[in-house]
Design a protein around this ligand. Sequence first.
Ligand SMILES: *Cc1c(COP(=O)(O)O)cnc(C)c1O
Length: 458
Amino acid sequence: MKHKTIIEPFKIKSVEPIYVTTEQQRKEYLKAAKNNPFLLKSDQVIIDFLTDSGTSAMSAEQWAGIMRGDESYAGSKSWERMENAVKHLTGMEFILPTHQGRAAERIIYGHLGGSGKTFISNTHFDTTRANIEFSGAEALDIAISESNDPSLIHPFKGNIDIGRLENLINEKGAENIGAVILTVTNNSGGGQPVSMKNTREVSTICKKNNILLLLDCCRVAENAYFIKHREEGFEDKTYEEIAQEMFALTDGAAMSSKKDALVNMGGFLALRNKELAEACTMLLIITEGFATYGGLSGRDMEALAIGLKEVFDPSYLEYRIKSTAYLGEHLHKMGVPVMMPIGGHAVYIDAKKLYSHIPVNQYPGQALACELYKMAGIRTVEIGSVMFGKYDENGKLIPAPMELVRLAIPRRVYTQSHIEYVIETFDEILKTKDQIKGYKITKEPKFLRHFTAHFEEI
Ligand SMILES: *Cc1c(COP(=O)(O)O)cnc(C)c1O
């Protein structure tokens, strides 16, 4: 018999309490948090969908590894195990441990960047862009045009636009391209996958022009799942083999291991070129730590080595991708406007469509994030004009292209009943949608305002 029910392929050994609150309490908490879910305390939250970064539940094996962690300053056994795991996966010779993804980015893009340089990606993740721009270089996003339409179905919406890539190389001059970066899956584009065919084409173009191709591989296992099930010729390959094939097409990779390595902290840089690796190692030692630990303790490296293997377990990946799709497709069937197809790590709600009566300068995404919290204690994040909006010289809002709310699903943390609770909440969201009011910003910092801004209901 083939079951339809997706079961969590794990049993629960250790539990963390969820504090159940009343709607009245949550209204008070949100008011004290100035209507910004980032300012809530975690024990005021029932279901925390703020991020999938660093929020994974570790396995019994990983916790056992934590006890085994070797905290020697140099040449730790735990480093040896992490280095071997990363080498095995990436096939690259030079591995640099870092405390998280952006540390790896600062090192490599700090070294390759500088004014006059251009970096090209399907979509630069915000810390990637920040590190590139901070070096004085420019960061250009050229995902295929299908990626801009939230409701359009396409199997590999994370793909790079090959025609635009070739034009940009001609226009800028190959020698001025710092690197081409493929983000898998494409986080900012809705967790959409990149195909092997696209990676191969990008790799061929980069080789021909002598341009470095790097993989932002935070969710490379989730991406491998989509390739196996959507791209011809990969049906019989393992998820790990698919990921290895993808790495083989590139010159290097940066990973925030807080995603697909199933740890709470960690990252790495993997490189093939010796000179580049030596330059990066020098920067690593200056700011992160010695080359055999980066910013990590031995126990972190031990857990990372184990997580990087566990993430390719077929029953885990099947559960991971199908349970995310389960939430997204239920909402879609109920008539909630969601970004389609459902990506690997999150479900994105199109708040502009849901609250079509709220103008973008009254932040419909923020309104939805507040409603989800008040109604059910669900914490989400607005990805729209609060996060990406800018002002023109008259102080008028230049809105973001989309007003989305992201429900990011932590790995191995919530069960199906938690997901059912979220789905049920959307019944009420749909019923009350016409009465919901917009928000105005009452206080905001100059940069990254979404983290700390204050809001008031209009
Ligand atoms: C999270 C993330 C990063 C940055 O990693 P941190 O560990 O948060 O510093 C870079 N790229 C992508 C695609 C990410 O999702």
